[in-house]
Design a protein around this ligand. Sequence first.
Ligand SMILES: Cc1ncc(COP(=O)(O)O)c(C=O)c1O
Length: 371
Amino acid sequence: MDCHLVEQMIMIKPNPNIAAMAAYSLPDISAAEGTEAIVLAQNEHAFPPSLRVREAVTAALDRGHLYPDSDWSELRAAIAEVHHLDANKIVCAAGSMELMSTLMLAYMSAKDRLLMCEYGYLFMRTLARLAGADVDTAAEPNYRVDVDALLSELQADTKIVFIVNPGNPCGSVIHNDEIRRLRAALPDDVLLLVDEAYAEFVDEGFHEPIFDLVEQGNTVVTRTFSKIYGLAGLRVGWGYFPDEIRDQLRKVLNPSSVSVLSQVAARAAMQDQETANQARTQIAQQRDYLFTQISSLGLTVVPSQTNFILVDFVSSDNAASAFAFLRNHGLVVRPMGGYGLPACLRITIGTGEQMQLTAETLSAWQDLQLG
Ligand SMILES: Cc1ncc(COP(=O)(O)O)c(C=O)c1O
């Protein structure tokens, strides 16, 4: 078609909230030319799915011509059994991101406000923008969620308060008593959304489940199979919801978004707590190793209870230089400028070999700096 005509065509207009948004883009996580990338940028699990998960998925291929169970009955039963929960309050989706999107679609409108932490998970800001809602942020001193800071930013029209525990990108944990204090101080009609995507990595004794808050009716807890269960590519998340909120979500949620294969994979992974426990131990060992190695270079590492660590390089120039050096050695980590932490890099915990290579490469970078 003549491009003159295309220019004159009256195009359909997108929703103004969407038109005003920048295009979706992930930071470049490709390897430098001539190197094979080890990607430590997305907090993916260090290990591929277990044999048990593979066998379950292979067997389920026989049901690949059928639509998935839109009630996720067997998966919910497995989750409820492991976590001692009421299966009726569990909702599953294609990743916890889908649960958050659906929750925001169901509850957030223009003129409402979302309150979250300064360095909180960026996806929630995108969702608020989609809804035309405003976002308020609370300071995160020492890279930790601060309940008093959150409460001081509460507005009359705050509708949802969002926290991630343990946090991404900081990796720190706040005690459940603090979350209970936050909930108690919030008005009843403000929803508290607690994203626990990394909860299974937390060392024993550091973190008790907080699902009982859901019983009060105004708190939601989300979890995922993308992290400790290693199923990020299969897209399964779940959440624990008060009945009323669950019913609203179910109206909006795509009933077929969790495929037959994803449901059986998640169920098999949930039923295999031994593998999850081993993974927790292995990741913690590697995290401690990398923490010690990087700290010994004189860099500040935020103590983490997750499968990643946040390293503070003091200046954005230093962080950019370390990022480029690592990338030239085939190690792709995550720059943190988008999170308001331009002097930091976030490094996903991988295998022992990968962590040794990361530590050695950073040490070589440090030697170059010192000269
Ligand atoms: C804090 C947090 N919440 C949720 C997610 C997304 O989880 P899912 O893969 O279940 O959508 C991530 C992924 O990195 C995350 O860091």
